[in-house]
Structure formats: structure tokens, C-alpha cells
Design a protein around this ligand. Structure first.
Ligand code: SAM
Length: 490
């Protein structure tokens, strides 16, 4: 199986039309989202996968920027032959609203003052981030995304998508995440924020023309980084090894490898991240809560997506019980939800590192496409007894070749195709009864598309009405939709 890199990619910029109305009641104008796309959008714009990034991520999820020494942050997962296979899917990733990697955030210029927003930037929520992403997908001409996927803060965005835009997400893959931030998560976020605002260089967030609060931001990152690892992984990675020495110095400088590692992580983070963005994004995470009236079941009752929820065995920041809670609430609502747990000792970071297990789980979940996922739902049908002329007029007007016929009680009674109309003209038939096929071959909504395709191939027909157990029509599936998805199957 090929497993190639996407090569050089470029970030693009979407300028949101009009103001963005925020959950807080405030508005943001001149909002920009930085985004990247990989692969091609198919003709009916049904193959888009939205990748949502975590706290310190950005729009550059895969491929290489010119001159870079490493690829995008999820390059192991996105590309030809990978789990998010760009030969089949159109992958989109945008930097979140409030971010500092090209999207509008506190370091952007406030159009009202001509200076960076700083703490004049309005407090935003995960719902606001997702709203801006929805506008981006609409701008790209996509009504419904095939799937949304993300880990950690990316996972909360995926869940928010499914709640905010139920009809617009086919599949939702949320990894190492939660349905509402726990007191422990809020507590760690608050310690990180205090580290930043206690740095005198933070200057009430107004530091863009001076030296930034690198000490505070590095400290916030060091704290955060500890929560992303596990006791086990730290034991393995560092043990009690000393850094560049063979014995203790008995002074207050650092001795251990783990200390050196954390300092390095903190320092390098300050070169690529804005301290105010850290404050705003962690605040958005704190507010994240999909429960309604204290009930997660109620909060998730209107979702329509199919879910794959993945927990990580050693994650103590977003522990697996939080993932199982989501699945329990979805199942209680009779929604389709699968729970899988990655066996890993990497802790929370496993969502970026355990690519083997993730590739396997995600590939299987995405490739399991059933008829209901791709059938046309806006079905045109005619009542039994309608004349051949009227039937032909409906087919011309609606530009369709297959027209299901329903009986007085709304059940599927037959099918007439343009081929049948030609036959009626050639043989001068006058009654629809002469041309209607009563013995209709149908598909069920939960049938795999491979099975539906085989039926069409075997009977040399190009569309199947999709019916429920009472023979009521739910949709129609044609060879065109299947071919677009799985490439020349029939
Ligand atoms: N491949 C073409 C198509 O599907 O339109 C035409 C081939 S086939 C010989 C045409 C006949 O198949 C028509 O009489 C039509 O009514 C019938 N037909 C089309 N779809 C059908 C279905 N799902 N079940 C049963 N018969 C069907």
C-alpha cells in the first residue's frame, strides 16, 4: 500500500463575510481563518473531512512548507494511502478562531484601533470556533462534511460540530477528549494562565511592541506538558538520569534530564505561540460543556452523526472515563457510537504518537460506509396511476432517470425509468401499468455500499430505492454516488 507525503503545501486565508456574532453577545469584525486543504473535493462535494487541531496546533496539519525541517503536525495520518487518504478525501484544517497562526486572535490588529487587540479581544467559546469553521466549509461549497476528526481540544470541536450542526456532519471521530471540561482540566488551565499573567512582561496583555512574557508562557507550557505525559512514559523517557553530569551539584540549578527537557519544551513553545492566545483558548476550553440541564444525554439528543470515540488507557488529563461517558450518553439516545481504547503508555500525547493504532481504527471507521451515508434523501416519487405523459414530464423537469412509484398508502409499489418511457413511446403503450417494474430491487439504509453495488451490477440497473421495514421510501442510491466514493466500482 502506498504511503506518500503530500509534498509542498500552502496556507490559505478565508475572510469571513460580515461580523461574527459570538456566544458572549459580542461581535468580531474582519475575521480571518487560516486554512489548508489536501486532496480534491469530488463533484458532489461529499468527501470533505475536517481536521480540528488541539491547543497548540495550527492549520498546517500535513505536507511541507517550503524550507521546513518537519512536516505538518498530523502528517502521519494525512496523505495518499494514509488514514485520511487524500486520494479519496478532501481534507481541511483551519487554525482556530483566537489562534496565533494566521487566524484572527488577540495578536491580530483590531480594526477599531489599528493596534493588536491584546485583552480587548472578546472571550470566545468552542462554539464560536466551530461557527467560524462552518462558514469556511460553506465558503468551500460544502453543505455536509463527510467526517470531522480531532484529538484533545480538536475532539471537543468535533463534538461541538455534531451538536451545533447536526445535519452537517456525517461521521465524528473524537480522540482523547471530553464532553465538558472537568474541574481538574480547568484547574490546570488556570495555573497556566496565572503563570502568564504573573509575568511582569505580560503588561495586561499589551506587549506586542515590547518583549513578550516568555517566562510566564514557558512556565504554562511546562505545566501543560507534564499533563500530556504519563508517569510510565516519564519513567521510560528520563528515569532519574542527570543532565550532562554524573553526580548532584547540590545547588538549586537543574540536575535531571526531565528538568532540562521541560525547560527546552517551554522555551521552544514561546518562539511559536502567543501568550494571550494561550489565555483565550484555555478559557474557551473551560467554558466547554455539552450537558444540558445537567444531563449529557439531553445535550446530545439531537446529534445525527455516527461516532467513533477513542480514549487512551494512560491519559490522566482526559481520562478514558470521559470518552466512555460520551458513548454512554449517545447510546442512551439510540445514536450510533463506537468506543475504542488505545493501549498506550504515552498519556494524553498518544493521540499524536500512536499512529499505528489510530490509522487502523480510523481507516476502518471511515471505510465502513453504508447506503444511508450517501443515498439521496430528497426523493421524487409519483403516485400509482399517474399517466405516462405526466410521468415523463416529472422525469424531464427533475432531470432524473429513475422514478419510484408509491401506492395510496405510501408504500413502494414499483419503479419507472427513462428506459421504460422510451419503450412506451416505441411500442405506443398508453398505460403506466405496461411499463412499470413492480418487482423492485431495493436497498436498506444499513446495507454496505459494496452490497448495494453488487445488486446493481448483477441486475444491470443503476439505482435502487432505499426503503425501511414498512416499504416506505427513505431515499435512492445510484451507481454515480457509489462510483464517486469508491472509484469505478460499477
Ligand atoms: N441500466 C439501466 C437502468 O438501471 O436504468 C437500464 C437497464 S434495465 C434493462 C431497465 C429496466 O430495469 C427497466 O424496466 C426498469 O424499470 C428496471 N429497473 C430499474 N431499476 C430497477 C430496480 N431498482 N429494481 C427493479 N427494476 C429496475
Amino acid at each position: 500500500m502506498k504511503n506518500e507525503s503530500l509534498g509542498t503545501v500552502e496556507t490559505q486565508y478565508f475572510h469571513l463575510p460580515g461580523d461574527l456574532q459570538l456566544e458572549s453577545g459580542k461581535k468580531l469584525s474582519s475575521v480571518v481563518l487560516a486554512y489548508e486543504t489536501y486532496g480534491s473535493l469530488n463533484r458532489d462535494r461529499s468527501n470533505a473531512i475536517l481536521v480540528c487541531h488541539a491547543l497548540s496546533g495550527d492549520a498546517h496539519a500535513a505536507g511541507w512548507h517550503a524550507g521546513d525541517t518537519k512536516p505538518g503536525w498530523w502528517d502521519t495520518m494525512i496523505g495518499p494511502g494514509k488514514a485520511l487518504d487524500t486520494d479519496s478525501y478532501f481534507v481541511i484544517c483551519s487554525n482556530v478562531l483566537g489562534g496565533c497562526k494566521g487566524s484572527t486572535g488577540p495578536s491580530s490588529i483590531n480594526p477599531a484601533t489599528g493596534k493588536p487587540y491584546g485583552i480587548d479581544f472578546p472571550v470566545i467559546t468552542i462554539g464560536d470556533m466551530v461557527k467560524a469553521q462552518k462558514m469556511l466549509t460553506e465558503h468551500l461549497g460544502i453543505k455536509k462534511i463527510f467526517a470531522a476528526i480531532g484529538g484533545s481540544m480538536g475532539g471537543v470541536q468535533v463534538l461541538q460540530w455534531a451538536v451545533s450542526y447536526p445535519g452537517s456532519v456525517g461521521k465524528a471521530i473524537a480522540i482523547a477528549t471530553t464532553s465538558h471540561s472537568s474541574p481538574q482540566q480547568i484547574a490546570f488551565n488556570e495555573v497556566g494562565r496565572i503563570a502568564i499573567i504573573s509575568d511582569p512582561k505580560w503588561s495586561e496583555g499589551d506587549y506586542y511592541s515590547r518583549s513578550p512574557p516568555v517566562h510566564g508562557l514557558a512556565l504554562a507550557r511546562m505545566i501543560g506538558h507534564i499533563t500530556y505525559l504519563s508517569d510510565d512514559s516519564m519513567q521510560q523517557k528520563f528515569g532519574r538520569r542527570l543532565q550532562g553530569k554524573s553526580k548532584y551539584d547540590f545547588d538549586l540549578a537543574f540536575d535531571f534530564e526531565v528538568e532540562s527537557y521541560l525547560h527546552h519544551q517551554g522555551q521552544s513553545f514561546t518562539k511559536r505561540f502567543d501568550a494571550n492566545t494561550y489565555l483565550y483558548i484555555t478559557k474557551a476550553l473551560d467554558y466547554f460543556d455539552l450537558t444540558r440541564n445537567g444531563s449529557l444525554r439531553e445535550g446530545l439528543k439531537d446529534v445525527q452523526a455516527k461516532f467513533l470515540i477513542i480514549g487512551v488507557s494512560s491519559d490522566w488529563l482526559y481520562p478514558p472515563y470521559q470518552s466512555r461517558e460520551i458513548v454512554a450518553a449517545l447510546s442512551a439516545n439510540d445514536k450510533e457510537a463506537i468506543y475504542r481504547e488505545i493501549e498506550s503508555n504515552y498519556g494524553h500525547d498518544a493521540f499524536l504518537l500512536e499512529t499505528g493504532q489510530l490509522n487502523y481504527l480510523i481507516t476502518n471507521f471511515l471505510s465502513h460506509v453504508v447506503v444511508a451515508d450517501i443515498m439521496k434523501k430528497d426523493i421524487i416519487s409519483i403516485r400509482e396511476g399517474i399517466s405516462i405523459e405526466e410521468t415523463a414530464r416529472v422525469m424531464c423537469r427533475e432531470e432524473i432517470t429513475h422514478l419510484p412509484v408509491v401506492s395510496q398508502n405510501g408504500e413502494l409499489a414499483g419503479i419507472i425509468t427513462s428506459w421504460d418511457i422510451s419503450k412506451a413511446v416505441a411500442l405506443k403503450y398508453t398505460s403506466p401499468e405496461h411499463i412499470m417494474t413492480r418487482d423492485v430491487i431495493t436497498a436498506s439504509p444499513d446495507e454496505t455500499i459494496e452490497s448495494a453495488a453488487k445488486k446493481m451490477q448483477k441486475m444491470n440497473i443503476s439505482a435502487l430505492p432505499v426503503i425501511d421495514g414498512n416499504r416506505k421510501i427513505l431515499g435512492i442510491i445510484g451507481s454515480d454516488e457509489i462510483n464517486r466514493l469508491i472509484g469505478g466500482y460499477i
